[in-house]
Structures are given as structure tokens and as C-alpha cells.
Design a protein around this ligand. Structure first.
Ligand code: PHE
Length: 472
């Protein structure tokens, strides 16, 4: 019996322990740096409440539909992303393999950025004790400048972040990924609520609230609405982890009884809720401390550290709490990225009768992506290496190829495959375990709305990266 059980574990595909576990893991993938530094800032500068409405419309017409498509593709084929596409049609194989390459490229810069979150968690902890390894009141931009210029330190924190991710993923879908998310995601939520309470009760916090939500329809004037739409679209894709092989892979571990329609509804809502909450945690404090709003690296590692420096005695405590929650968000996202890379190779092994080679693959690919991450770290945001494509620091270069170009191409082709060519296979899958009340809506959106939308995002991304000025 125990012999049989052993055999079972190592030669068959893994699965989630429960639907809640699946949901937390998928939301854990969606909730990441994009929610913390992308959404709130874009919300503020792109029209506040107007942007929020537009984002919600896109969420319903494109986000919901694309999530469902990927989850259904994974569950229908019972294969990770590369093999899932191949199983529908041989001709689709290249999109499947592209969805393995994209997470591989993303993993490199994501580990680098996540590593800094761990570093900042410790640095704020150090301040709590007045330790020499704390931030010591150094202004955010100076502190970050020194850190980014320190190749050895940057490489070490990148590797630490990577290692955490590899270890968790090597334990497996249920015992590693699901177990970690079940603890980490509720913890993240509670930490976020505590930081929000502090932030919105600071004197002068209301300026941050009006930055976030005050409707400014001027940004929609003329062709402005196109650039706002493209910004919302790019954000939506990245934030929901769409077209990265992740949802297909996670869906492939889901039980046939579970309701794909309901799950596809909950995931984007939860992701957006956390993104709005991140805005409430960040911008009231930024304005209360008299800082200028920013996005991206500048917001997370410069502006906010200055804010925590200025917060007084409890500043380091809230700083530590905040960076720890961002680190958790980044770890649960990076886990899904690594799983999307190795899942297809695990399945190849199982299909060839070689058994489940998870441990070997997690470490092999994990170390390969760590090397890329360390290279990105050593570039020091463009201080040390020659720029990629003549103008981008390595973080931006990897981001451009993966998120900017390959991701929207993959998403566009997916809408063509399942909106125009193989139109019934996925709706049939969703109907197992679900009433699928939105089937007509789904079919309309995957055929008409989602392709147009993915194409627009592609153009928008190319435009922002290369500065063509198409949408000005
Ligand atoms: N969705 C995550 C975020 O918002 C990022 C991510 C990208 C996760 C790609 C997985 C894959 O930060």
C-alpha cells in the first residue's frame, strides 16, 4: 500500500488540495509589484475615478474572458502551458513554448526587484533597533542609489529572493505553492489593512485620496483616451498574469468539479481590490509627508522610504510591515512564474514515463533564472553594462521583450485560436462544474472584444517603450 502510494506521488500529475487553495495561489500570482507600484500611480495620473471605471470595464470584457480561457485550456488538456496548446493543435505549439519563454525572461528582473523588498524589510527592521544596518534616516533616493550601485549586495539579495522561490516550488503544487499561499495571502491582507489605517489617518492624507480618485476627464480629451486605454490595458495584463503560461498551468492542476466561471470572476475582483487598497496604503502617506507622487522603482524604493523616514518613531515599524508585504506579494508571484516554466517540462517527463522530476527541474531552471537575475542586478539599473537595444537598462530590456512584446502577441493569438478557430472546446470545458450563465457573453468577447483589445495593448506597449508618440 505505501509502495503504491509512493509510486502514485512521483509518477502522476499533481493537483491542488482545494478550490480555496487554488484561488489563493492564483490571486497570489496576480497580486505582485504591479499592484503596488503600477496600478495606484497609473490611477492617479490617468484620471482617477475615470481610469478606475475604464479599468473595470476592461476587467469585465477582457480580463474575465482571458482568465477563463487560460484556466479552461489548462484544465481541459490536463497539461502545462506548452503541451496544452500543442494538445489542441500541433500548429499552436509555438505559442505554448512562447508562454514558457516569457516567464523565463520575467523571472530575471522580478527576482532582482523582489530581492530589494527583502533588503528594505531588514533595513527598516534595523532602524527599529537603531542598528548600523538600518536605513539610518538616509534619504530614499540616496539610499537606493547606493544600493543599486553596489553590485555584490544587489546580486546577493536577488539570489536570496530566488532561493526562497525555488525551495517553495520544489516542494510541489500542494505542499509548496498552495501551502505557502494559504498562510501568506491572508497575512498580506492583514498587513495591508494595518498600513492603510496608519496612512489614511496621517494629517494631510486627504490630498492623497483626491490624487487617487478625483475624476479628471481632461486626460480623455482628443486622442488622450487611447493612451489611457493602453495604459489601463497593459496594467491589466501584467497584473492578472495573463499570457504568461501561469493561468494555464495553474488551471491544469484544478479538479473537474470546480466552477471555472465563478473562479474567473473572483480572481480579477480580488486583484483589483488589493490594487486599490495598495493605493490607499501608499498615496495618502506620500502626500501627508509632502512627497511628489511617482510610479515604479522610484515610488517603491525612493519616495516611500523617505516617507517612512519622516513618519517618526513608528516609521520603521510601518516601513518593515509594508516592505514585508510587498516582498510576500512578489514571492507568491515569482513562484507562479517559476511553476509556469517548469510545469511543461515536468509534464514532458511524466508523459515519457520518467516520473515527476520536479525537484531537479525547479533547481535547474531556478538557478538559470537566478543567473539572469544576478546579471540584471549587476547592471545596476544601467550604470554598468551596455544598454540593451541601444537604450534600455537591463530591467527595462527584459521587461520590454517579455511583457511589452511577447505577452500581448501570445494573448492576441490565443483569442484568435479560441475565438475564431477552435470555438467550442473551451466553453464545453467550462460547462463541466458550472452553469456558465455568461457563455454568450464569453463567446462574444473572446471573438470580438479581446482580440481588438490585445492588439491595442501591443501597440500601446510598443509606443511607450519606443516613444513613437502614436497616441499623443
Ligand atoms: N501579476 C504580477 C504583478 O502584478 C506580476 C506577474 C507578472 C506575475 C508575470 C507573474 C507573471 O506584479
Amino acid at each position: 500500500m505505501s509502495e503504491h502510494h509512493h509510486h502514485h506521488q512521483h509518477h502522476h500529475r499533481e493537483a491542488w488540495g482545494s478550490n480555496v487553495g487554488f484561488l489563493l495561489a492564483t490571486i497570489g500570482s496576480a497580486v505582485g509589484l504591479g499592484n503596488m507600484w503600477g496600478f495606484p500611480y497609473k490611477l492617479g495620473v490617468n484620471g482617477g475615478f475615470g481610469f478606475l471605471l475604464l479599468y473595470l470595464v476592461l476587467l469585465v470584457f477582457a480580463g474575465y474572458v482571458l482568465i477563463m480561457t487560460e484556466l479552461a485550456l489548462g484544465r481541459h488538456t490536463g497539461q502545462s502551458v506548452a503541451l496544452a496548446y500543442t494538445k489542441i493543435r500541433k500548429e499552436y505549439a509555438f505559442v505554448g513554448w512562447m508562454s514558457v519563454l516569457v516567464p523565463f525572461l520575467i523571472m530575471g528582473f522580478y527576482c532582482y526587484l523582489g530581492g530589494y523588498c527583502i533588503k528594505y524589510t531588514f533595513a527598516n527592521l534595523g532602524d527599529l533597533f537603531g542598528a548600523s544596518w538600518g536605513v539610518g534616516g538616509v534619504d530614499g533616493p540616496d539610499y537606493f542609489g547606493a544600493l543599486a550601485g553596489d553590485q555584490l549586495q544587489s546580486a546577493i539579495w536577488t539570489a536570496i529572493f530566488s532561493l526562497i522561490v525555488i525551495v517553495i516550488v520544489s516542494f510541489g503544487v500542494k505542499r509548496g505553492i498552495e501551502r505557502f499561499n494559504k498562510i501568506a495571502m491572508p497575512a498580506l491582507f492583514i498587513m495591508l489593512v494595518i498600513v492603510i489605517i496608519r496612512s489614511v489617518t496621517l494629517p494631510g492624507a486627504s490630498a492623497g485620496l483626491s490624487f487617487l480618485f478625483k475624476p479628471n476627464f481632461e486626460v480623455f480629451a482628443g486622442t488622450g483616451w487611447i493612451s489611457v486605454l493602453a495604459a489601463a490595458g497593459g496594467q491589466l495584463f501584467f497584473s492578472l498574469s495573463i499570457a504568461m503560461g501561469i493561468l494555464v498551468t495553474y488551471g491544469s492542476y484544478l479538479d473537474k468539479n470546480q466552477d471555472l466561471e465563478k473562479n474567473s470572476f473572483i480572481i480579477p475582483i480580488a486583484d483589483t481590490l488589493v490594487a486599490i487598497m495598495a493605493g490607499l496604503a501608499i498615496f495618502p502617506a506620500v502626500f501627508a509627508e509632502g512627497q511628489d507622487p511617482a510610479g515604479g522603482v522610484g515610488l517603491l524604493y525612493m519616495t516611500l522610504q523617505t516617507v517612512f523616514n519622516h513618519m517618526g518613531g513608528f516609521g520603521p515599524f510601518f516601513g518593515m510591515l509594508f516592505y514585508a508585504l510587498v516582498a510576500i506579494a512578489a514571492i507568491t508571484s515569482a513562484m507562479s512564474v517559476l511553476e509556469a516554466i517548469i510545469g511543461s517540462f515536468i509534464d514532458l517527463g511524466i508523459n515519457k514515463g520518467k516520473g515527476n522530476q520536479r525537484k531537479k527541474l525547479a533547481w535547474g531552471f531556478g538557478i538559470a533564472t537566478t543567473i539572469i537575475g544576478v546579471l540584471v542586478a549587476c547592471d545596476g539599473l544601467g550604470s554598468y553594462f551596455p544598454p540593451m537595444f541601444g537604450k534600455f537598462c537591463w530591467v527595462d530590456g527584459f521587461d520590454l521583450i517579455s511583457e511589452g512584446i511577447l505577452m500581448p502577441i501570445g494573448a492576441f493569438l490565443t483569442t484568435i485560436f479560441f475565438g475564431w478557430i477552435d470555438r467550442d472546446v473551451l466553453p464545453n470545458e467550462v460547462r463541466i462544474g458550472s452553469d456558465f450563465k455568461t457563455e454568450k457573453f464569453y463567446r462574444f468577447c473572446i471573438r470580438w472584444v479581446a482580440p481588438l483589445f490585445t492588439l491595442l495593448v501591443l501597440l500601446g506597449q510598443l509606443d511607450t517603450f519606443f516613444g513613437f508618440g502614436w497616441f499623443q
